[in-house]
Design a protein around this ligand. Sequence first.
Ligand code: APR
Length: 266
Amino acid sequence: MRRGWCWVGAGLAVVTLSIIIAVPLSLMRATGDFKSTFITKCERFPGKSARHDCLGIWQAFEQAYVGKDPCQVPVESYDHLLTTSPFEPACNRTMFWSKTKDLVHEFTMHRDCFLTAEDTLLGFILDELTWCGKEGSKETFTADCPGWTTCVHNPVRSFWKRVSAAFADVACGDVTSMLNGSITTPFSSTSIFATIEVKRLKSPNVKSLNVVLTTNANAVTNCDNASLKDLQRELDRGINYSCKEVNETKIKRCISDPSIPCRACW
Ligand code: APR
């Protein structure tokens, strides 16, 4: 009988010991993996200024959310990061988008005549990643973080809002936006493009906003769409507006054939 209890005791000890070892290990893995992904992507960023202070950028990044309740990370938390790694103006090459993520990035991946926020250093590193902190912890977590709509001030959503504002602030010359003609509201009033980016485009720095409205066999609208009228009304006076319906096949031809000049892509 006593022997039986010994085995139970030993079993409990093993389980407790595994928990004591495994929990901190899994936490370390969360931060370690995320940090190494961050630094590796930063160092491999295919920019012209090849050398970045990737460790400094990481430290400025993590201080925005580490140790905080993941629903209490306001947009301003990333101000220091944007000062550490500011955006350079890309006059006439700035490309905004809404609901066209895959197509626009396939395009800019093959054509450097246009640049999206996700093609900048910070955007490139963090696109498609999820992260958050926890009160009383110095770790970065990648699991059980609040979703995009769970709470407004979550680390990922606040980051993209801050990045989008900074990206729009340096927009200059003729800017482009790829919008989706296969949905009923290509210019959605709740999108980041509408709520943040359009509001920050200022004349005379920005001369024009040119909408590329992508169409395909499922297209449900055109440049006369009511939401696009809202977009025109939202624009700062002095910024010229244009809209062109462009079939996706034409854009895809430009993706696969670099000999087609960018100006002929739409
Ligand atoms: N869950 C997770 N991420 C989301 C969600 C969601 N429910 N909704 C939006 N996002 C993030 C994703 O990264 C998504 O790809 O925002 C991105 C863009 O969402 P859209 O609604 O397609 O477009 P919009 O809100 O207008 O944002 C696009 O913001 O990324 C910048 O400069 C970029 O011009 C672009 C604009």
